[in-house]
Design a protein around this ligand. Sequence first.
Ligand code: KG4
Ligand code: ZN
Length: 355
Amino acid sequence: MADEPLILGIETSCDETGVGIVRGHTLLADALASSVEEHARFGGVVPEVASRAHLEAIVPTMDRALKEAGVTIADVDAIAVTSGPGLAGALLVGVAAAKGYAVAAEKPVYGVNHLAAHVAVDTLEHGPLPEPAIALLVSGGHSSLLRVDDLARGVVPLGATIDDAAGEAFDKVARLLGLPFPGGPYIDREARAGDPASIAFPRGLTAAKDLAGHRFDFSFSGLKTAVARWVEARQRAGEPVPVADVAASFQEAVCDVLVGKALDACRGSGIDTLVIGGGVAANSRLRAMAEQRAAKHGVRVRTPRPKLCTDNGAMVAALGSHLVAAGVAPSRLDLPADSAMPLTVVSVGPQEGTE
Ligand code: KG4
Ligand code: ZN
């Protein structure tokens, strides 16, 4: 609708420079420049390389998004930017750019939480999020279960990983299988030809003794080690490693735990909406398994299309739009880039600055 506010979102927390533009819940532009290929040979994101790439990409990506949406910066009602969490130098580029555009065009600016944006992006696909909802957030840096009562004002953490993030486990296992970085999409692809029941890999923190203290927490480091041991044993025996079977069995173990715990959180709280976000939410097996199992429990699963699951500017714009609609006050112009921004802080309040 033309009378809804036009919000521009800037994302630079990791290796994707994203600028998205939304009007209400309608996505108008989603421009992305990735430095992923510059990191691939290092097997992980190199912060300095990412910062430099953001610096080079930010203005062209901004121009592309405005052109794609058919608007000018003067038409925009507010600018949202990822304030954290993420790589400090990378975040700084986006935050500085947002401030520059905000001052030049006299627009309010919202410093927002990257993780809350991964949840908010689903509104572009499925409309307003029913609240309360349970959110499963699975990315390269985070794995959390949250209760979302009011996405504009805060989320309640129920549990999180105690070691590796889910995406990190995908990336590490891919590496030991000789697959490229980032490994998630490659494991996803390989797994399609494999048998998910061929190897019984461990399901972290699901034993009765662990559930008492860690009902909604995750652990993927034991699984990663189990995969490494299994692969080593094959190599020592001089036998070929069945990459597709290992990928499928590993992926099954991760998804089994994620879906099991997310549905347990729904059951435990009587909440019938589960939203899944973050890069790992692009995983085809996770999406299918969540749908299947949730249906049996009367839970509706909302997962944005894969392109919106991985980092992008549209998710930041979507959260900005939600904040504006909820009447949340913008941030101050000295809003920080906060690499350790807590999950519970959805946006930088008008009192918080860098002084
Ligand atoms: O949300 P995201 O783009 O960046 C962070 O905020 O971390 O997530 C990136 C992570 C990477 O670990 C990547 O391997 C994983 O998401 N990922 C996937 C898939 N696509 C991306 N993991 C499993 N299956 C996929 N299809
Ligand atoms: Zn992310």
